[in-house]
Write a protein that binds this ligand. Structure first.
Ligand SMILES: C[S@@+](CC[C@H](N)C(=O)[O-])C[C@H]1O[C@@H](n2cnc3c(N)ncnc32)[C@H](O)[C@@H]1O
Length: 234
């Protein structure tokens, strides 16, 4: 791990990010699009897709989650930010309607206070030094409306399959996974209030496991899912 690490540098990975990601999750039986889409479908448990929401995709990378935010929240205005300029360029080139992508310095989000109804982030915090989490979360809190929601999807370090995928994935070389208990604690410390910690992705996505997938909604309490998310309210 590099000593100077604050945010992992994705400029070098941006162009090959999708291919690398697809390869690293191949043995799960699904591709990276599947994993982008399932998280946005998960948001529909809490959010009304018909509303005209202002949504931020924090650490949007090449914009793959924003594609699905657009699909499931057709009336929303979407913003994406990332510290990687190369990733933001790729996201902008996707031509997603009513969506604005911006690079920023990782310290101050380029938005006024209370701008967003909800903020979504996926697989970003394990690329940020843990000592910086509090400051980043306070920025997220600042730009959320009062009553606004924050959804933070992360890898679950308790799951051996997840640890293997992360260990073998080249863009996760410097990743430091967040224990769910730590994530909840640091989120609450920032002034946001965690109201859900749900575990997801318990079974592989190969056809043969299809009949089990319906069970996953009953297992959100079980701390061995491959990923988890925190929902917190301002
Ligand atoms: C594994 S990628 C995930 C990209 C996207 N969220 C997705 O799920 O496809 C992690 C992303 O986090 C970004 N990142 C790292 N530190 C960040 C920070 N402080 N603020 C915003 N984005 C950051 C990286 O540049 C990279 O694009």
């Amino acid at each position: 791990m590099s000593k100077e690490r604050e945010f992992d540098n994705f400029d070098d990975h941006a162009k090959d990010y999708r291919n690398t990601h697809d390869k690293s999750v191949e043995m799960s039986g699904a591709d990276s699009d599947y994993f982008s889409e399932y998280k946005i479908i998960e948001l529909l448990k809490f959010e009304n897709p018909k509303q005209t929401l202002r949504i931020l995709d924090f650490g949007c990378g090449d914009g793959n989650s924003s594609v699905y935010i657009r699909k499931y929240f057709p009336n929303a205005t979407i913003f994406g930010v990332d510290v990687s300029e190369a990733s933001i360029k790729l996201a902008s080139e996707k031509g997603i309607t009513n969506t604005i992508f911006n690079a920023y310095n990782g310290a101050t989000l380029p938005f006024d206070a209370e701008e967003f109804d909800f903020i979504f982030t996926s697989m970003v915090f394990h690329h940020i030094e843990h000592k910086l989490h509090d400051g980043v979360l306070k920025e997220i809190r600042r730009v959320l409306k009062t009553g606004g929601r924050f959804y933070n999807f992360e890898h679950n370090p308790n799951n051996p399959f997840t640890r293997k995928v992360v260990r073998e994935c080249e863009f996760d070389e410097d990743a430091v996974l967040l224990k769910p208990s730590y994530n909840r604690e640091v989120t609450n410390k920032s002034g946001l209030k965690t109201d859900k910690l749900n575990y997801t992705l318990f079974f592989p996505r190969h056809e043969i496991f299809k009949i089990f997938l319906g069970l996953e909604k009953l297992l959100t309490w079980c701390p061995i899912g491959a990923q988890y998310y925190i929902r917190a309210i301002k």
